[in-house]
Design a protein around this ligand. Structure first.
Ligand code: M6R
Length: 576
């Protein structure tokens, strides 16, 4: 995790980097820092908290690096915050990833020179040592990389103004502007300056002096400069208090965009599925619930499909053969558990991903893009409904009904604003009611059981209320014992299991539960009932309501909760 921004150009580096780091806070926000090449020396400012809490005045210099941290090695404090410097403070480094052999390197370099507990600090010391041996930066990079084991996206700035960067297992993008360059964890920090980007490949290293050079294993490489589709406005809050709220409300547009897949790409994906002996569909967190729903769609087409979260599927890697297909669901395309699984199997690979140029995208045989635009809130919202849309479209395409399916999905997208608008008042009331509860249970059956899992995850990750989700039929096999007077139980009353879920809610109510329902027809006896329109893709409409419910509940629970940045979490989970 962690976010990196390096800038060099004519502007004040600390100003550009600070703004860029704000865009990357979804990657971690427990501490932050910036180093600039000032006159006459490197200037470093860092500490606990977000970059806005740490840096309240500009640093001089037009070249610098910055970091927003999600701690892995060493507690959250000023010393462990990045950038880290070498003994003579002539080199500063920011890093995302984990250096596995840092203890060994510390001993080799001499423990006494280290200030922090981090794995990262070995990098500036290694560079310092190499600089004693050579002033050829290409050779220096190669020698440093040879010493490092683990994963890294690292950028170093020397007090002479030169920048070097290397990546392995963690993302790093080079932004190419007019007389200015950026090195960042994703494209969002530089979109307002340039939309030209080079997505660095595994084990690439970069040297920036007056212009940039990319190398890999000693060879100079010409990497394509791509035009990024996203724009700066998409990555802004557009007047909303939180990214999460904006991202919930823009789903009419994003679901529609996801429904318009490139025809040829869709056909290639269909062919991969049809030719596979067995299809494994996988993801983590919210993306794993999309995978579960996707598996239920694909099963209806007669596809032999299994679904399992990536970190668990890895233990079954030997069952997956080269005749199989692994479909990976991911917003970021950088989830370590997913990438690790793909490294270990020989199967064909199809990615359903939001971030174009991400590691998952580049390492997969074929990709379908969710087209959701930048999702910055840590809680996945529009990416999830985009994933469902692409998976549904795949189902329709496998059944040879692509156009019919696309029309239905577009109709669903058009009902999203209406659904949010009509449910707003009830959601407001229900969220006030939920905001002081300690436990909330969600139930659903058939497909709704996966929606209930996503609803529960959304609520717990941003409001910190304990929540669990079950198939309705499972409730009375144990968890019902936890229901007492006033325990909220939320049931999804749509689809195949509707009547049975209703019975389960009534059973809970007779044991004291306050029941909340969501469905297409208002029912009596509920504390709150949220009505949604009839639709063939009802799981998308249910999901947007639950996202809003989680968002409002978090705000009502504690004014200090920032739903965009829930505690302990980061959006891109790039460590296993
Ligand atoms: O970027 P990915 O979709 O691969 O991320 C997977 C999960 O880390 C992510 O969905 C996570 O569960 C979110 N916090 C859910 O809101």
């Amino acid at each position: 995790m962690c976010g990196i921004v390096c800038y060099t150009g004519e502007k004040n580096a600390s100003k550009v980097i600070k703004k860029g780091l704000e865009k990357l806070e979804y990657r971690g926000y427990d501490s932050a820092g910036i180093a600039t090449v000032g006159n006459p020396s490197l200037k470093v400012s860092k500490g606990e908290g977000t970059i806005n809490q740490v840096l309240n005045k500009e640093l001089d210099g037009n070249t610098g690096i910055g970091h927003t941290r999600w701690a892995t090695h060493g507690k959250v404090n000023k010393t462990n915050a990045h950038p880290h410097t070498c003994s003579k403070e002539k080199i500063a480094v920011v890093h995302n990833g984990i250096i596995d052999n840092h203890e060994e390197l510390r001993k080799e370099l001499g423990e006494e020179r280290f200030k922090s507990e981090t794995d990262t600090e070995v990098i500036p010391h290694l560079i310092e040592e190499q600089l004693k041996k050579t002033d050829d930066l290409e050779k220096l990079c190669r020698n440093v990389i040879n010493k490092l084991e683990g994963s890294y996206a690292a950028v170093a700035v020397l007090d002479t103004g030169e920048k070097i960067a290397f990546r392995k297992g963690s993302p790093l993008v080079l932004g190419v502007g007019e007389d200015e360059y950026f090195l960042t964890s994703d494209v969002t920090p530089f979109l307002e300056h340039t939309r030209k980007a080079v997505f660095l490949e595994e084990e690439d290293y970069v040297i920036i002096k007056d212009d940039y050079q990319i190398y890999n294993s000693g060879e100079k490489i010409d990497r394509e400069v791509k035009q990024v589709d996203w724009n700066a406005e998409q990555a802004s809050k557009k007047g909303y208090d939180h990214y999460m709220h904006k991202e919930i409300e823009e789903q009419t547009e994003t679901v529609k965009r996801a429904a318009f897949q490139d025809r040829k790409d869709l056909q290639k994906a269909v062919k991969l599925i049809e030719e596979a002996e067995k299809v494994y569909i996988t993801g983590c967190g919210t993306s794993s619930f999309a995978a579960e729903l996707g598996a239920s769609y694909l099963r209806e087409t007669g596809t032999d499909v299994e679904v399992e979260q990536a970190h668990e599927l890895e233990y079954r890697k030997d069952e997956i053969s080269e005749d199989d297909l692994v479909i990976s669901m991911s917003q970021s395309g950088e989830t370590a558990d997913l990438l690790s699984l793909l490294n270990k199997v020989d199967a064909e690979t199809l990615a359903i991903v939001n971030v174009v140029g991400s590691t998952l995208d580049r390492n997969s045989r074929q990709s379908l893009y969710i087209n959701a635009g930048p999702e910055i809130g840590v809680a996945s919202t529009k990416a999830f409904t985009g994933q469902l849309t692409v998976l549904k479209l795949l189902q329709y395409a496998l059944e040879d009904k692509t156009e019919e399916g696309r029309k239905e999905l577009v109709q669903t997208s058009e009902k999203i604003s209406e659904t949010l608008e009509n449910s707003r008042e009830t959601v407001r009331e229900a969220s006030k009611y939920l905001s002081d509860k300690e436990d909330v249970y969600f139930i659903g059956r058939h497909r709704s059981r996966f929606v209930s899992k996503e609803a529960s995850l959304k609520l717990k990750e941003i409001s910190y209320i304990h929540s669990e989700a079950f198939p309705g039929g499972e409730f009375k096999h144990g968890t019902l014992a936890l229901v007492e007077q006033g325990t909220p139980v939320i049931g999804i009353l749509t689809g195949k299991g509707e009547n049975d879920t209703l019975s389960n809610l009534v059973e809970a109510k007779s044991r004291g539960a306050d029941i909340i329902g969501i469905g297409t027809e208002e029912k009596t006896g509920f504390k709150h009932f949220i009505e949604i329109p009839e639709d063939s893709n009802t799981e998308i409409l249910e999901t947007v309501v639950f996202q809003l419910l989680a968002y409002r509940t978090a705000l009502n629970r504690d004014k200090d909760i920032n739903p965009d940045r829930p505690r302990n979490l980061a959006k891109s989970v790039t460590v296993k």
